[in-house]
Design a protein around this ligand. Sequence first.
Ligand code: HEC
Ligand code: HEC
Length: 204
Amino acid sequence: MKCLRASVLLAAILATPALAQEGKPDPAKGRAIATGVCVACHGVDGNSPITANPVLAGQHSEYIVKQLRNYKSGDRQNPIMNGMAASLSEQDMQDVAAYYASQKAHQGTARDAGVARAGQQLYRGGNADNGTAACAGCHSPSGAGIPAQYPRLKGQHADYTIAQLKAFRAGERTNDDSAMMRSIAARMSDAEIAAVAEYVQGLQ
Ligand code: HEC
Ligand code: HEC
């Protein structure tokens, strides 16, 4: 009897569209947030026109949600984004992340081929002399990242990537679980940071 009642209840829940939909990311609602609030800095589709503002188009939704949660909780510090995330609900975060993840990132180009070549070597092979791990191991050889743990880097503005690597190195950005990025950036010189950022911007 008990068992029958439980299965009837379960069938009723599964048949209720409202319940089945709850919590599901809605990119259309996300678009409304993105074009209403975030557009000034991240562009209509997440291709941020200003190089200090990260490209969000094509980024993994799980990574975007994690960053927004971290800004809201204060685990990632940035005066602008702490304010922006404060007003977003968990559902808003899921929606806006689904929207940006579904957008196509514009193709970036490296400004200096020589610098990018040095960056490519570091990206693919790391630096045995100072123990820097190869970025490709986690962010994938193409820079597409690996959902849900490792963010996409390809096409990202070099200026933004440089700022993040320096923030990890200085211990100002501390929301990387297990301090993965802090321990990697700690070994990198300014020249290595600039080179790898240049290479990543031009990755296609
Ligand atoms: C006034 C400009 C501005 C507005 C408006 C803005 N952002 Fe940002 N956003 C930034 C800047 C600058 C950063 C980089 C901050 C840092 O260094 O941590 C950023 C970072 C982010 C990141 C982290 C990306 C990454 O690769 O780690 C996400 C996600 C994000 N913004 C989403 C949003 C969303 C969603 C909205 C709208 C609700 C929004 N932003 C509105 C300027 C802005
Ligand atoms: C052991 C795995 C691992 C390796 C190797 C690694 N990363 Fe990361 N990286 C991560 C993780 C995990 C994150 C996300 C941290 C978070 O949740 O905020 C990250 C984040 C980043 C970010 C921030 C992205 C953004 O949108 O804000 C940059 C930039 C970055 N890594 C660059 C590099 C570079 C350059 C290298 C090689 C020198 C490298 N990473 C090597 C794991 C790794």
